[in-house]
Write a protein that binds this ligand. Structure first.
Ligand code: B12
Ligand code: SF4
Length: 367
């Protein structure tokens, strides 16, 4: 049998079959190795270098956390199946402009969410590329959507839980509304995570207090009562309304189209404004209907001042415009959200929808 030694001479890797060793790419790699042009990356990534890399990419804050951290038990399997050999998770926070998020004009708030989302994805990707160029294996799961729809609805569809990682890395703590509040930037941040197959010289430490001041403005702002004063969170109420034009609401809308007898019947079920809004969500990134819990939160040192100075004015100018906005609220029939929305926001029309998680009753009955 011909060996690599025959084809390449004394310096070839004897473990390689001759045909492979003779390939120009292989010879180029071996030649670079011979002249010492290829160095292994440091076994441990320098924490200061890594932080600088993240900040230069556009993150407002960043910290690493070991995948062995006890609070990341639930993330381990997901992280390792996304990137075998993952040792560390790098958490990054990206600032959002507060008054854009607070605007009752949905186009303004949604633009802010989607622009920050894009910025965070770009930054995470460039950090991943720099780690790759330094010789590591690294991967950046999506900041928001797209997610793993082949797993829906039986398993979680997100690759990594950015909140869990950010909290363990010390970037903030979840407030009453379950969004992560950064000690300085408040909850006006989106989160990204980069997975890497090496350890880092220093890991972030969890905050020893919660920046949430327990003002409960998030409870008052949510139009479908998804946030309770005791901290319980009704995720289904939130998705049914806020994500009306994302995956679950889209399925319900498609079912309505399918069930409509003709154009007139469709227009009796879906208003022109709703059709236009759905078109917009399909043509552009989908629009959130709410996110008001995040909009009104005064937590965080950069955000807190105006609330401390004059709570009434803060409520009149930040909370009230969102409460007063006339807008359709989407609820599941017979839900707590339906009763809450009708009682607390009588000026907002309430519409029953299926939520789209299950097929319509008449179809499931026939199977
Ligand atoms: C699933 C999800 C949702 C769900 C559930 C929210 C939630 N509290 O988990 C819904 C659709 C309701 C949602 C809404 C919003 N989200 Co969201 N969402 C995610 C996602 C994909 C995973 C969240 C997660 O890790 N949950 C698990 C644990 C950590 O959270 P938890 O609160 O302890 O768990 C509860 C829920 O997850 C729920 N649950 C468990 N399993 C499932 C399965 C499904 C299908 C659902 C719907 C819920 C659910 O039960 C738990 C107990 O209450 C992340 C992106 C990511 N890949 O991480 C973004 C993320 C959490 N969302 C984010 C944002 C901005 C929002 C909205 C403000 C969007 C908007 N513009 O309106 C709202 C805020 C609602 C709220 N008060 O939480 C940001 C939060 C940033 C921050 N500062 O913390 C994230 C991190 C995206 C990002 N990359 O920045 N979201
Ligand atoms: S709005 Fe108030 S109660 Fe809600 S999370 Fe922010 S600080 Fe906490």
């Amino acid at each position: 049998m011909t060996t690599a030694r025959d084809a390449e001479g004394q310096s070839a890797d004897p473990r390689l079959p001759a045909k492979l060793a003779a390939h120009p790419s292989v010879q180029a790699v071996l030649a670079r190795r011979r002249v010492g042009d290829v160095t292994s990356p440091p076994a441990v990534i320098d924490a200061a270098w890594l932080r600088e890399l993240c900040l230069a990419a556009g993150a407002a804050d960043a910290a690493a956390v070991s995948l062995d951290h006890p609070d990341l038990t639930g993330e381990r399997e997901h992280a390792r199946s996304a990137l075998p050999g993952t040792r560390t998770l790098i958490a990054m926070a990206f600032r959002m402009n507060r008054d854009n998020c607070r605007s009752p004009a949905r186009s303004v708030a949604n633009q802010e969410f989607h622009q920050t989302d894009e910025q965070a994805n770009h930054a995470a990707r460039s950090v991943t590329q720099a780690l790759q160029d330094a010789g590591y294996r690294a991967l950046n799961p999506s900041v928001g959507f797209p997610q793993e729809m082949d797993r829906f609805p039986s398993e979680r569809i997100w690759v990594v839980a950015h909140k869990t990682v950010a909290v363990a890395a010390g970037l903030g703590v979840m407030g009453l509304h379950r969004n992560v509040i950064h000690p300085k930037f408040g909850n006006f941040i989106l989160l990204a995570t980069v997975l890497v197959d090496a350890e880092v010289s220093e890991y972030g430490q969890a905050l020893d207090y919660n920046p949430c001041i327990d003002c409960k403005l998030c409870v008052a702002a949510c139009p479908v009562g998804a946030i309770s004063k005791d901290g319980a969170f009704d995720a289904l109420a939130c998705t049914t309304h806020n994500y009306r034009e994302f995956m679950s609401g889209f399925t319900d809308w498609a079912q309505t189209v399918a069930d409509s007898e003709d154009a007139a019947d469709y227009r009796s079920r879906v208003t022109d404004s709703e059709s236009a809004s759905m078109w917009q969500s399909l043509a552009h990134p989908p629009g959130y209907k709410s996110g008001y819990c995040m909009a009104v939160c005064p937590g965080g040192e950069d955000v807190l001042g105006p609330y401390l100075d004059d709570r009434k004015t803060f409520m009149d100018t930040v909370l009230r415009p969102l409460q007063d906005k006339k807008e359709t609220l989407y609820v599941l029939p017979g839900s707590h959200a339906q009763e809450y929305a009708q009682r607390r926001f009588p000026h907002k029309p309430v519409k029953e929808v299926t939520g789209g998680w299950q097929p319509p009753a008449k179809r499931s009955a026939s199977h």
